[in-house]
Design a protein around this ligand. Structure first.
Ligand SMILES: *Cc1c(COP(=O)(O)O)cnc(C)c1O
Length: 399
């Protein structure tokens, strides 16, 4: 997909608009599948981007689906994922939501002692489950997206292993999977191997173990000098570790990973229009027709997205602070060199496929953007831009 394609899409569908390049998702998926050889499966972390067309596309590629809410499970089933290729990994949900997932026959991953005990008491061995372990490895780009640290609400602490065993032994609970997800954007692939070693050690305690799920942490480059997780090298190391594990223990486990942003981040291009160029005493602002209501990563995580001016690619570079139109501090980027921006120009945020549209809101009573899938050379609308009526849809007028 070229910049020309993007400009045409902006013209045809208007802005702001999220555009996803299907081919890019396929390339990323194949990077994974061609790098790991021994019993390794990939479960796309739906929460990165749940448009039903993306889910269908990922299903057709052959991946499974990792879901964090019952509605993601339902979307996955609707998109065609068979239930055995769906893993439900919720956090702080009640037993009723877990029971709903049981009825849908998906794999269930339990991440606290309280529910584990209730589940064991009620269902004992009739429904094998996964357990999410917090191994207390600090990993991940920053505190907000790191889930393995000591203060994290995710998983059951590895120090509570005895408690898990107690519940397992006294209720007859069958634990067929161990799961960990220490956070997004792990820079050092050896963290995976460290985690894997911990899982191998834990496996001795779980006689029915069939699956080890290592979550995600696959990194993608957001800015020029960023690195992508070296997947081929990681694949080799993991293959080797699995081989040694089987040799040593005589056990065979399937290894699962749950990449979200690795699969869809690059595929996404978020197109906006420059509404106002404003020179203040210190700064030149480029104010665009969007805000953190559409792309919150820069404000929420201090994330960096490359921004380019598609309408004036050969212009002179100038320094801009790119801001949104929301009445709240709403800065996408400070002091960015962008080719001269004129009012009306179309700007693109790169790498906007993951946690972009998905985290959008109606703050300031603004409408959510449209989504377009670029597939086999054609641009297809996959979500209509919201309309004014949508703001009132669930409101009940009592006055
Ligand atoms: C969010 C999440 C992922 C995906 O993380 P990415 O950084 O997008 O790859 C995987 N597993 C679980 C349990 C998650 O919550």
């Amino acid at each position: 997909m070229t910049n020309r394609n993007l400009l045409k899409i902006a013209e045809e569908f208007g802005t702001p608009v999220y555009v996803y390049d299907a081919e890019s998702i396929k390339v990323q998926y194949e990077k994974l599948t061609s790098s790991f050889h021994r019993n390794t499966r990939f479960f796309y972390a739906a929460k990165a981007l749940t448009n039903i067309n993306i889910l269908k596309y990922v299903n057709n590629l052959g991946a499974g689906l990792d879901c964090v809410s019952i509605n993601e499970v339902k979307l996955g089933l609707k998109a065609g994922f068979p239930s055995h290729k769906i893993l439900f990994t919720p956090n702080c949900v009640d037993l009723a939501e877990i029971e709903e997932a049981m009825e849908l026959k998906v794999h269930i991953n339990i991440d606290n002692i309280s529910i584990l005990e209730q589940f064991g008491n009620r269902y004992a061995g009739s429904y094998p489950i996964f357990v999410r372990i917090n191994p207390h490895i600090f990993a991940g780009g920053n505190y907000k997206i790191s889930t393995g640290h000591i203060d994290s609400k995710f998983g059951i602490s590895i120090h509570q292993l005895r408690h898990i065993e107690r519940i397992m032994n006294s209720t007859g609970l069958r634990i067929e999977g161990l799961h960990m997800h220490t956070g997004s954007e792990i820079k050092d692939p050896d963290v995976f191997l460290q985690g894997l070693d911990i899982m191998f050690e834990l496996s001795e305690h779980f006689p029915e173990l069939k699956y080890i799920d290592m979550g995600s942490g696959f990194k993608v480059p957001y800015q020029k000098d960023d690195l992508e997780t070296d997947v081929p090298s990681l694949g080799k190391k993991v293959d080797h570790a699995l081989k040694e594990f089987s040799k040593k223990t005589g056990k065979k486990v399937d290894l699962w990973f749950e990449p979200g942003k690795f699969l869809v981040s690059k595929s996404g291009h978020f197109l906006v229009k420059a509404n106002v160029i404003k020179h203040t005493t210190a700064t030149v602002f480029a104010g665009v027709n969007s805000g953190f209501n559409h792309l919150i990563r820069p404000m929420f995580y201090d994330s960096y997205h490359v921004i380019e001016n598609l309408s004036n690619p050969k212009g002179t570079e100038r320094i801009y602070t790119v801001v949104g139109n929301i009445c709240e501090t709403d800065t996408f980027a400070w002091d960015r060199k962008i080719t001269e921006v004129r009012e009306g120009d179309i700007l693109v945020f790169r790498n906007a496929g993951a946690y972009g549209f998905e985290m959008s809101s109606n703050f300031n009573s603004r409408l959510k953007p449209a989504e377009v899938l670029f597939i086999e050379g054609k641009a297809k609308l996959i979500r209509k831009r919201e309309e004014f009526e949508d703001l009132l849809k669930n409101q009940v007028e009592v006055l």
